[in-house]
Design a binder for this molecule. Sequence first.
Ligand SMILES: [Zn+2]
Length: 205
Amino acid sequence: MASPKDEFSSITLAFMDLAIQQAKLALDNLEVPVGCVIVEDGEAISSGRNRTTETRNATRHAEMEAIDTLLEKWQKKGLSKLEIAENFSKCTLYVTCEPCIMCAAALSILGIKEVFYGCANDKFGGCGSILSLHSSNSNPFISGGVPQGKGFKCNGGIMASEAISLLRSFYEQGNPNDLIPCCNGYQYLEFIHIPNLKNLEATPV
Ligand SMILES: [Zn+2]
């Protein structure tokens, strides 16, 4: 019987493994373990991990870290806004958990080409779980003259069990950092942990 991994290419799995390594780094630093990498032309050009606790900023999700690192790099090279937009349109993001609504909106506006994610984000997922911001046909998330997102191709379920396992490890540590309030009034853990843990526990081992 084919394992769930067989449906994804070895390249996809290799880049997701890099994202998992970033999530492990987050776990080592007592952060909610979510990690990502951004890939252009078959090369990982940026990476990020959740740093909400370290920065005391609930918006510093892994995706935002990787995006900002890349923007800084391209701006230092003197790239114009148009060139930066063109570059993003060639990039693929691999992230261990479905991007939340905030991150999915940012990725859509930046015009990223494609996203691969691990486990679903049942409470705040912006790529199908709650909103479908990856779909250019979705209801406008931003109005009032602000440019709307272009949408992007999206694929979920890559190495999801590994991603959930890390989240579960963090949760089982009883980490005090899980009490940090988030920008929208929810505790950060609510973003991803509880629904996924419930799913995991519902699956026979
Ligand atoms: Zn996010």
